[in-house]
Design a protein around this ligand. Structure first.
Ligand code: PLP
Length: 323
């Protein structure tokens, strides 16, 4: 594949025009309780209230709306068991093109149903014996589909950056900004908006403690690969950063931090009890790290990106009632 240029803030601006009237301009919530606890002003950008329940809609829709006539006719293929699958299926439906989603046979029925509900054609594979990337590539080759990856693509990254752009436009410059990190589509896009709109803001990516490949990569200067980590943060169970996301993260991010599963559960409980919002485990990474740094944030203006809210209610109840 030919290497594409890295996205810039101009690409985020272009993406935000494509998303106007299609994606929700999600609310920015504040909480008196949190502000008192921190002795600071904390702004939560609520992508759990985005269409299909996560920011992934932004990147998928932006990428698909750039297809040419022939790509639209053939449609898109994606491999994902999570939010990217639903984001691609919904975006394809809105743009009137076919979508094929490659999902593992043991994916939660709810996610398979949601993807089908958005009109996606689901192809199941055995995650222990088959290679999903190979299946995706074969389907693309055979049917002329265009493959859209979950994070490592300039148009996906630019789309993800529109959430942070909206936050800075609404609340002005910040002193520190916390963003969940998986493969880095959200963090790299957020970095472009942060460096353009609030250049002096400290920017932190936050990943699960059990899978700190991003932290290792950031600190060592080259992309570190790990085995699929065991964590409840299923949106951030990635094995490595991307070849497009990593250089931007390295250039523009202040540091990469981690949070444990126990801290994520504690944040889920806090969001439900105090702020009346449902946040999936991965969506809690940012707030968990902000809480760890609380003493150093006194008197500051802080942004926290809540990335998604897609968690089965049964699972949610189980997690928040555990100790
Ligand atoms: C995908 C996802 C992430 C991680 O995003 P990357 O772009 O892979 O870093 C974080 N939170 C939620 C809810 C997600 O779906």
């Amino acid at each position: 594949m030919t290497k594409l240029p890295l996205p810039t803030y101009d690409d985020v601006v272009a993406a935000s025009k494509r998303l106007e009237g299609v994606a929700h301009r999600t609310p920015v919530l504040t909480s008196r309780t949190v502000n008192e606890l921190f002795g600071a002003e904390v702004f939560f950008k609520c992508e759990n209230l985005q269409r299909m329940g996560a920011f992934k809609f932004r990147g998928a829709f932006n990428a698909l709306s750039r297809f040419d006539e022939q790509q639209r006719r053939h449609g898109v293929v994606a491999f994902s068991s999570g939010n990217h699958a639903q984001a691609v299926a919904l975006s394809a439906r809105l743009l009137g093109m076919p979508a094929t989603i490659v999902m593992p046979q043991d994916a939660p029925q709810m996610k398979v149903d949601a993807t089908k509900g958005y009109g996606g054609n689901v192809v199941l594979y055995d995650r222990y014996t088959e290679d999903r990337e190979q299946i995706g590539r074969d389907l693309a080759q055979k049917h002329g589909f265009t493959l859209i990856p979950p994070y490592d693509h300039p148009d996906v990254m630019a789309g993800q950056g529109t959430a942070a752009k909206e936050l800075f436009e609404e609340v002005g410059p910040l002193d520190a900004f916390f963003v969940p990190l998986g493969g880095g589509g959200l963090l790299s896009g957020s970095a472009l908006s942060t460096r353009a709109l609030s250049p002096d803001c400290a920017l932190y990516g936050v990943e699960p403690e059990a899978g700190n490949d991003g932290q290792q990569s950031f600190r060592s200067g080259s992309i570190v690969h790990i085995d699929t980590p065991k964590t409840i943060a299923d949106g951030a169970q990635t094995q490595h950063l991307g070849e497009y996301t990593f250089p931007i993260i390295q250039r523009d991010v202040t540091d990469v931090l981690t949070a444990s599963d126990a801290e994520l559960v504690d944040c889920m409980r806090f969001f439900a009890a105090r702020m009346k919002i449902v946040v999936e485990p991965t969506g809690c990474l940012s707030f968990a790290a902000a809480r760890q740094m609380k003493d150093r944030l006194e008197g500051k203006r802080i942004g926290v990106l809540i990335s998604g809210g897609n968690v089965d209610v049964q699972k949610f109840a189980e997690l928040v009632s555990s100790n």
